[in-house]
Design a binder for this molecule. Sequence first.
Ligand code: MHO
Length: 216
Amino acid sequence: MHNFNRRAKQLETVTLGMGCFWGPESQFGQYPGVIRTQTGFSGGTSPDPTYRNIGDHTEVVQIVFDASLMTYEDILNIFWDSHDAFKDRYYKERQYISLLIVHSTEQLGKAEKVKKERENRYGKQIKTDIQYDLPFYPAEDRHQKYFLKRFDKATASLFPLFSDHKSFVHSTIAARLNGFVRENGRLDNIKDEISDWQLTKEAETILRETLRDIRW
Ligand code: MHO
């Protein structure tokens, strides 16, 4: 099977809770620096969380990005621009709180700096719960690339490109299209960007033909 992921130089992981995880997965999927996205649960202590049995966890999106194309600070600014972290978000326990899981001391330092800058700018306190490197539990398949999967015809033409559901979910192309269907990004830009992904010639041809013929 072929690989439909953008080739990356400097991989880094970021894990964000900012409300229902469908939206941020779609939003972050559009950026050329983002290599893959996945929805899941993190931030709590209860074992093996699921959507119906989330315990004290929070809905999160985990993003793998190329730090040579997009900085961690860029991601943090998009994160804090895109949900209200000034208010109390505990209306459904911890399910929809503002949560930032940092994965290194470097990330922690940068997060504290960006947070302080923004607090000074807005004159309000950011209530984001910042936690150090807690485990991430992937959500059920039906919550992965949720918006893209609303398009039956399109998903039916994409699935055969992958050996299993997981490689579909982890692909850059699924992340981009899951953005596109919510008007996060344009199809033309995705087609242009593919030249930079360093796919094999064969994979690039298959992908371009699939995108040319795709029906929504
Ligand atoms: N209000 C949304 C939340 C879903 S999100 C995965 C719904 O239940 O449809 O929490």
